[in-house]
Structures are given as structure tokens and as C-alpha cells.
Design a binder for this molecule. Structure first.
Ligand code: FAD
Ligand code: DHB
Length: 391
């Protein structure tokens, strides 16, 4: 098989890239290690920035989203006796966020790719990359019991944090930056209507978050130990803990059957540069951010917008300027997002290592944001998404 761009991974990064490239008239093949059922069933993010929704709209992929999404115009933060209410449109010149599960985005992008006849191979596990320093790289993969080679001109490594593309960089070519927080998030989905506003909670027992997926499905999280076993949390324990952390806000909480439960690590990781020769990393393959702020999926979309534009220029004109600045362009946004997610993580979690001084500082920061339109606007501006660069 031969194509212009070999895309490894059918997560948000790989799928968005395939649609953006098709719009530019560039051929690509997507190779995905898992089955369609598997990737469509994976429960992850659910808060879409306006730029992500606009990207879906521009690609004509937002029909079901428009019908089923929820628009969020506010973000609440509870702490001590205080409540910070951030009116997103008022603080950001009219912007909001959209609630629509990552797996719904994935389903819509997969269906449209298949309907459009674009090659998307499931259960195709990439084993190795050859020749990424030349002009004719090749991707070796296993599919249907045999080994195959996809010859291409460019490889897009969209294979997530545990993929193989980062490892294809030669020794010493990558610098990595890592911060692992000493806690995790236990997340659940329940059959119950969400509370009115998306709510972050700073509580002495730890962080909590009340989110949503639809008017009938809630998504809630509580801070737990990094190595916590989700099975140690029967439904009643989860609801009791969430109620305690919500304090006064618990009056609104409606419980229901919990049908999904899992622990997510809280970690930052950045690999730089995001390109070596003809291999370009995008999304979680290059960086992960703590979940506080809901940025992972949105950052993947921002990367592939830059990459698609640069590849468009390259295949149309042979010019490489945009490709050459791909990594720097993406990393500027990545580091701003790491900064924001780290700020929100530090502001809202319980740290065992905190001294009484640190705890006073955290409460003072929350009280400052509560009383300052500028402090609130900084959070709101990042939450709805910073503007795209290099476009
Ligand atoms: P992925 O979605 O990981 O996609 C990579 C794809 O590559 C996968 O489908 C994988 O199967 C495939 N692949 C890997 N190796 C190979 C190979 N060798 N050959 C072929 N294919 C391969 N973000 C938020 O904003 N909010 C959240 O609440 C949140 N929760 C999360 C919970 C979990 C458990 C995880 C893991 C992530 C969560 N994230 C969350 C982050 C967000 O989901 C990711 O940032 C987003 O999925 C990144 O998309 P991606 O396409 O870069 O990577
Ligand atoms: C989710 C929502 C958030 O606001 C966040 O910071 C992380 C995750 C969610 O709905 O999954």
C-alpha cells in the first residue's frame, strides 16, 4: 500500500487529521491497533473548546453534535465558604464550552471517514517505522494475521501516550519534561441528571468535579490516591464522598446507577521537538496534561490543525516553512496549556506535602479569584480555549 500521509492511531488526533487532509486533497491512510468497537467505547474527555467545535463545523461533522450537545455558559468553583461563579460569555467576549463525549466525537469522525471511502484500517498494529530521515518512510504493521508495509511521504504519529512513534526518534533527539502528581481522579458516569453548573470543588478531603455528558447522564470525579483501585469504591461510598466534598452544593446532587468507573492519572508530559525528519507527533503522543481544565482532546485538535495546514502547503508547493515551524508553533500552545492545567491542579487539589503556609496560600488564591474579575477572566479565557496560532 502507498499513500501521501500515513497516520498512526484513530484517536481524536489521527481522525481529525485524516478529515483535515482530505479537505486539502491529500491522500492518507489511518492505521489503528484496536477495533472500531473498542475506540468508540472508550470513555474519556467531554469538554470541547469553541475552536474544536468550529473545526467539526468546518469539516461538516457537527450534525449530531448540534442536536445532542449541551452548551455550558458557566463554571463554578466551590471552596471553604466561598463560591466563584464564572460567567463564561461575559468574561470572554461571548465564548462558551460544549459538552459532548470524546467517544461521540470519535464515532462521528469514524462514520464520516468510512462513508467518504477514506482508508481506515482497524486492528492494524504498527510495529516499526523505517526511513523517517529520508523522503520515503515506511510503516510496518500487523493486520489480519500478516505483516504489511505502508509506503508514504510523511508519517503522522497520532498513537497516544503509549504508542511507538516517540520511541522511533533516535537516542538523544527528544527532550522530555515530566511532572507526576501524587494523586489520581476516580471518574464515574451515572444515570442521573447533572447539577446545574459544571462545578470544581476545593475541599479539605480533596478535589471533586461535577460534570455532565447529557441532560440524563452525569460525569463526576473525586481526587483519590494515584494507585487507587476503583473496585474499592462501591456506589454508596462514591456518592457519600462526593456529597461531603460538595458541601452546600450537595443539595442539588441527584444520584443514580453508576455504569462506568475508572481511575485517571494526573500528570504532565511534554516531548520536544514534535518532529524528526518526516515523522510528526501530534496529540498525546507528544504531550499529556493533567485533566484539570479538560484540555487533552482540544490540544490534539490544535496540533493537527497546524499540521494539516503545513502539509497542505508542502504537498501543493513543495515549500517546507510551515512544516519546519510545526513543532515550535504547537509547543507554544502546549506549554501555555500545561501552565493552565498545572495552575488549576495546584489551586484545587489536596496535597499531602502542603504545609499550613501552603494551605493558606491556596485559600488566598481562591479568595483572590473570587474577588477579582481579572483573576476570573484568566481562568475563563483558558477554559474556553486560547486562540489558534499560525493560521
Ligand atoms: P488517543 O486518544 O490515545 O489515540 C491514540 C490511538 O492510537 C489509540 O486509538 C490507540 O489505540 C492507537 N495506537 C496506539 N499505538 C498504536 C500502534 N502501535 N499502532 C496503531 N495504533 C496505535 N482529557 C480531558 O480533557 N478530560 C478528561 O476527562 C480526560 N480523561 C481521560 C481519561 C483517560 C483514561 C485517558 C487515557 C485520557 C483522558 N483524557 C482526558 C485525555 C484525552 O482523552 C486525550 O488527550 C485524547 O484522547 C488525545 O487524543 P489522541 O488522538 O492524541 O490520543
Ligand atoms: C471533565 C470536565 C472538566 O471540566 C475537566 O476539567 C475535566 C474533565 C469531564 O467532563 O470529563
Amino acid at each position: 500500500m502507498r499513500t501521501q500521509v500515513g497516520i498512526i492511531g484513530a484517536g481524536p488526533a489521527g481522525l481529525f487529521l485524516s478529515h483535515l487532509l482530505s479537505r486539502e486533497g491529500i491522500d492518507c491512510v489511518v492505521l489503528e491497533a484496536k477495533s472500531r468497537e473498542h475506540i468508540e467505547g472508550r470513555v474519556r474527555a467531554g469538554v470541547l473548546e469553541q475552536g474544536t467545535v468550529e473545526t467539526m463545523h468546518a469539516l461538516g461533522l457537527d450534525t449530531r453534535l448540534r442536536r445532542e450537545c449541551m452548551i455550558d455558559n458557566a463554571l463554578d468553583i466551590r471552596f471553604g465558604d466561598g463560591l466563584i461563579h464564572l460567567d463564561l460569555p461575559a468574561l470572554t467576549g461571548g465564548k462558551h464550552v460544549t459538552i459532548y463525549g470524546q467517544q461521540e466525537v470519535v464515532k462521528d469522525l469514524v462514520a464520516a471517514r468510512i462513508a467518504g471511502g477514506g482508508p481506515l484500517v482497524f486492528e492494524a498494529e504498527v510495529l516499526e517505522l523505517d526511513g523517517i530521515e529520508g523522503t520515503t518512510p515506511a510503516i510496518r504493521y500487523r493486520h489480519a494475521g500478516g505483516e504489511h508495509t505502508l509506503a508514504c511521504e510523511v508519517v503522522a504519529g497520532c498513537d497516544g501516550f503509549h504508542g511507538i512513534c516517540r520511541e522511533a526518534f533516535p537516542p538523544g533527539a527528544l527532550t522530555t519534561f515530566d511532572r507526576i502528581f501524587p494523586f489520581g481522579w476516580l471518574g464515574i458516569l451515572s444515570e442521573s441528571p447533572p447539577i446545574r453548573e459544571m462545578t470544581y470543588v476545593n475541599h479539605a478531603r480533596g478535589f471533586a468535579l461535577c460534570s455532565r455528558r447529557s441532560p440524563r447522564v452525569s460525569r463526576h470525579y473525586v481526587q483519590v490516591a494515584a494507585n487507587e483501585d476503583a473496585d474499592a469504591w462501591p456506589d454508596a461510598r462514591f456518592w457519600d464522598e462526593l456529597r461531603v466534598r460538595l458541601g452546600d452544593g450537595a443539595d442539588e446532587l441527584v444520584t443514580g446507577r453508576i455504569f462506568q468507573k475508572g481511575v485517571t492519572p494526573v500528570r504532565s508530559f511534554v516531548a520536544a521537538p514534535m518532529r524528526h525528519g518526516r515523522l510528526f507527533l501530534a496529540g498525546d503522543a507528544a504531550h499529556i496534561v493533567p485533566p484539570t481544565g479538560a484540555k487533552g482532546l482540544n490540544l490534539a485538535v490544535a496540533d493537527v490543525r497546524v499540521l494539516a495546514r503545513a502539509l497542505g502547503e508542502f504537498f501543493r508547493t513543495g515549500r517546507t516553512e510551515r512544516l519546519d515551524r510545526y513543532s515550535d508553533t504547537c509547543l507554544r500552545r502546549v506549554w501555555k496549556t500545561v501552565r493552565y492545567s498545572t495552575y488549576m491542579t495546584s489551586l484545587l487539589h489536596r496535597f499531602e506535602t502542603h504545609t499550613p503556609f501552603d494551605r493558606q496560600l491556596q485559600q488566598a488564591e481562591l479568595a483572590y479569584v473570587a474577588g477579582s474579575p481579572i483573576g476570573g477572566a484568566m481562568i475563563a479565557e483558558n477554559y474556553v480555549g486560547l486562540p489558534f496560532e499560525d493560521e
